[in-house]
Design a protein around this ligand. Structure first.
Ligand SMILES: Cc1ncc(COP(=O)(O)O)c(C=O)c1O
Length: 362
């Protein structure tokens, strides 16, 4: 059975993107590959708002998230934690053997810039991880305010995960002073999972160059050396790079500002619709994500039954809550190629399924 994904990644992939992926293979050390790689750099740099190169890693985002910590942490990394993915980053840093500070906020609360300032002012840290858009609870922290604080600590290398916000909202890497900006293919870029994209500042690259134990597969210096030849360190998923080229064409055709406006408009459409039904947004007011909505199950409905109906009768799937929020929240994505029409159709299906969904005994 085929059904459409409205979960916050992976999301629906267009026929055009899928067709792009099925082009004939080329050698990853061939001039054709170099031409392909170099042809997409200017548009990628524009989308990252950076003059630095944009590297392509055949891995999911976690590969580069872990790799980034290994490339730049010397003394101690501060992990800002306000949901499942940012919590896990602290665990990952420790598994890599680093001293890692846990700056914890309740899920759904944004990362507080003043708390970050207090922690960095201890002088204990030389790296920080931050998730711009905590997908698990639909919470978008105030990145400009956070970066304004982090910039005041010149020894601290910033690693920012924009996995589920990138290309849905503008994230101006150079202007904000982000050292390592990471995203993945399966969220707002609307490609299949399997490619991570990242850009690294000169000072982070310099830090990496003298960093022992940074490994090979995610070594920033390897990415830079190969980038200078128009290549990746190891054989990449060339199909994904074809897809990326196709997606960059789509973004250019739409206009990036129009793309941001569309994400904001569709996000509000879903939010308003659910508010009218009585569902409250889960994250703190003013910090709701623009690429997905995470609603509290304020009406105490049977989310598993709802999703079953949505899937079997309406051929679409939403998310019934991540981790400890399962059953307590539900999440609906508006990332990627969605339009007013596709979102309206999804909401109509939601209403029909909702009408036959039982409430849970409280
Ligand atoms: C904010 C965020 N960071 C990291 C990840 C992990 O990405 P991946 O599973 O592609 O490694 C996700 C996945 O949903 C995410 O939403």
């Amino acid at each position: 059975m085929s059904y459409k994904l409205f979960i916050p990644g992976p999301i629906a992939v267009s026929e055009k993107t899928l067709r792009a992926m099925s082009q004939p293979m080329i050698g990853h050390r061939s001039t054709d590959f170099v031409a392909l790689y170099q042809s997409i750099q200017p548009e990628l740099q524009a989308l990252f708002y950076t003059k630095d190169p944009v590297y392509l890693s055949t891995s999911s985002a976690w590969g580069v998230m872990e790799g980034a910590v290994r490339n730049v942490t010397r003394k101690k990394v501060l992990n800002c934690m306000n949901g499942a993915f940012s919590d896990k980053w602290n665990d990952v840093a420790q598994r890599c053997g680093f001293a890692a500070g846990a700056l914890k906020f309740d899920w759904g609360q944004p990362v507080d810039p003043e708390a970050v300032r207090r922690e960095l002012a201890t002088g204990a840290y030389d790296a920080i991880t931050l998730i711009h858009n905590e997908t698990s609870c639909g919470c978008m922290s105030d990145l400009p305010a956070l970066m304004a604080v982090i910039r005041q600590f010149p020894d601290v290398i910033s690693i920012v995960d924009t996995v589920s916000s990138f290309s849905g909202v503008p994230i101006k890497k150079d202007e904000l002073g982000i050292d390592v900006l990471i995203t993945g293919s399966q969220k707002a870029l609307a490609m299949p999972p399997g490619l991570a994209l990242f850009s690294v500042s000169k000072r982070a690259l310099d830090r990496a160059a003298s960093q022992p134990g940074r490994g090979y597969y995610f070594d920033f210096v390897e990415f830079q050396t190969n980038h200078e030849k128009g290549m990746t360190p190891s054989t990449p998923s060339i199909a994904h790079i074809y897809a990326l080229k196709s997606k960059l064409e789509d973004i250019k055709a739409e206009g990036v500002e129009n793309r941001y406006a569309r994400h904001a408009r569709l996000n509000k459409m879903v939010r308003d619709h659910m508010a009218a039904k009585g569902f409250k947004l889960f994250p703190k007011e003013g910090y709701g994500s623009v690429t997905l909505n995470c609603f509290a199950n304020t009406l105490n409905i049977d989310l598993a039954a709802l999703n079953k109906t949505l899937k079997s009768k309406h051929h679409l799937v939403i998310d019934g809550g991540y981790g400890k929020l399962k059953g307590k929240t539900f999440r609906i994505s508006n990332m990627g190629d969605e339009t007013d029409e596709t979102i309206a159709a999804m909401l109509k299906s939601f209403d029909a399924a909702f009408a036959e969904t039982p409430k849970l005994a409280s």
